[in-house]
Write a protein that binds this ligand. Structure first.
Ligand SMILES: C[S@@+](CC[C@H](N)C(=O)[O-])C[C@H]1O[C@@H](n2cnc3c(N)ncnc32)[C@H](O)[C@@H]1O
Length: 425
């Protein structure tokens, strides 16, 4: 839904700046969020509203790029931006009249006149051909289209109450006292969903560590790990610690969590979040790869090992729409090989009777079911534990079968997949 108020925001200079930011992002040479961060550093004079406009328009164009390229006859960022305002945001020529020069007004007329062929499903889905074909093979055309379209909308802002410092009720009461509308997430017992986007990073609840930003789906993965107090847990691909922190809180700061990752920068971010969280049961450890010799002494030591594997991220297109244009079929082949290597190594860390949880934020069977099934064939000392049974034990009413499979249009979360294996010997 548009938050842009044309009359008080858009002006020719802002359109120019947004086009520049978009041009940079469209080079595809790096993630959109990093490119935008760099752009804002170069343009420090931009105020909050102007930044919001630039970010919203860049992400808006990325979500609908193939449709917008069709109606604007190419990938000129100035035309794409105009097309987004007119054809996606529903602005009229009158709304934009004072912001456009003569040439832009001519472009706008042309953009308004073009209509794509309604039978072109890949354009309706707004995906590259290879991805659209893969999804239709997997889900059938009708469901693939619903999934693709659900990714055209931005994600809501989800929070997790940090049980070490506050209950969900405390957090709701605080927001209510400020007249900030917030709903309880339907599945995660500790989650909250903001009715509107707010700048949460300066809110006292956030700076005090009583809340964290975390998609409800990601919170559910921590629930699927089902850690018990006092246990030894490994988060093998911990990144900036979204799931490690949620697991630590579920354990009420008892036991020990090892947060491994190959990225020093991500582990540094985890350190900042860890300080705010008040947890003292989390130990982060940089590794060189899944074969790092440091891991050897930990073989067979863990009750739970989570592998939140590096993946295509195609389940997060609401937040990272650039991924659908940046990923290639070759990337998927390389990722699946890496996922298998990481899962195979991480499995050695699990003790007999312990569990290994494999998770991705991908929509593709190649990265999900196929990895899980091949793992079970190659590792006869593991058996599958149905995800629906684990969630039911946690009093979470969510049954997606033996695997956890979350989709935005069904669960209002990012797209996630998870499989749980138990070590039998
Ligand atoms: C999906 S992200 C993890 C997100 C994180 N678990 C969270 O909840 O915020 C995948 C992570 O795997 C890490 N990674 C990539 N290759 C790895 C490897 N060989 N061993 C361990 N971690 C790896 C990446 O640096 C990245 O942080």
């Amino acid at each position: 839904m548009s938050t842009i108020k044309p009359t008080n925001v858009i002006n020719p200079n802002l359109l120019r700046l947004a086009s520049m930011a978009l041009a940079d992002v469209l080079t595809g040479t790096g993630p959109a969020d990093a490119k935008l961060g760099w752009f804002f550093k170069q343009n420090r004079e931009l105020g909050t509203k102007d930044r919001a406009f630039v970010a919203e328009s860049v992400y808006g164009v990325l979500r609908r790029k193939s449709f917008l390229a069709f109606v604007s006859d190419g990938e000129d960022p100035r035309k794409l931006l105009l097309a987004w305002l007119l054809r996606v945001q529903g602005m009229s020529m009158r709304d934009l009249d004072e912001s456009l020069n003569k040439q832009q007004k001519e472009w706008a007329q042309e953009i308004k006149a073009k209509t794509p062929d309604p039978a072109n499903a890949a354009m309706q889905a707004d995906m590259p051909e290879w991805l659209w074909e893969t999804l239709t093979k997997q889900y059938g055309e009708a469901e693939a289209l619903v999934i693709a379209r659900s990714m055209h909308l931005p994600a809501p802002l989800d929070l997790r109450a940090n049980l070490v410092k506050a209950t969900r009720e405390d957090v709701v009461a605080k927001f209510a006292s400020e007249n900030t509308e917030v709903a309880l997430t339907p599945y995660s017992p500790n989650g909250l969903r903001m009715a509107e986007k707010v700048t949460i990073s300066r809110h006292k609840l956030f700076t005090d560590g009583k809340i964290e930003v975390q998609d409800e789906g990601s919170q559910l993965l921590a629930q699927l790990v089902a850690p018990r107090r006092g246990e030894m847990i490994a988060d093998f691909c911990a990144g900036a610690g979204g799931k490690s922190l949620a697991i630590g809180a579920l354990m009420r700061n008892t036991g020990r969590i090892y947060a491994f990752d190959v990225s020093e920068k991500r582990l540094q971010n985890l350190g900042v979040r860890l300080k705010r969280s008040g947890l003292s049961n989390l130990h982060s450890q940089l590794i060189t790869s899944e074969q790092d010799p440091k891991l050897k002494r930990l073989n067979g030591k863990f009750d739970r090992v989570l592998v939140d594997a590096p993946c295509s991220g195609l389940g997060t297109l609401r937040r990272n729409p650039d991924l659908k244009w940046r990923q290639t079929p070759q990337d998927i082949i390389e990722l699946t090989a890496k996922q298998t290597r990481i899962l195979t190594r991480a499995a050695k860390l699990v003790k007999a009777g312990g569990r290994l949880i494999y998770a991705t934020c991908s929509l593709l069977q190649e990265e999900n079911e196929q990895i899980a099934e091949a793992f079970l064939v190659a590792n006869v000392d593991y058996k599958l534990v149905p995800a629906n049974e684990i969630l039911a034990q946690q009093q979470i009413e969510l049954d997606t079968g033996k695997y956890l499979k979350l989709l935005p249009h069904l669960h209002q979360t990012d797209g996630f997949f998870a499989a749980v294996f138990e070590r039998t010997a």
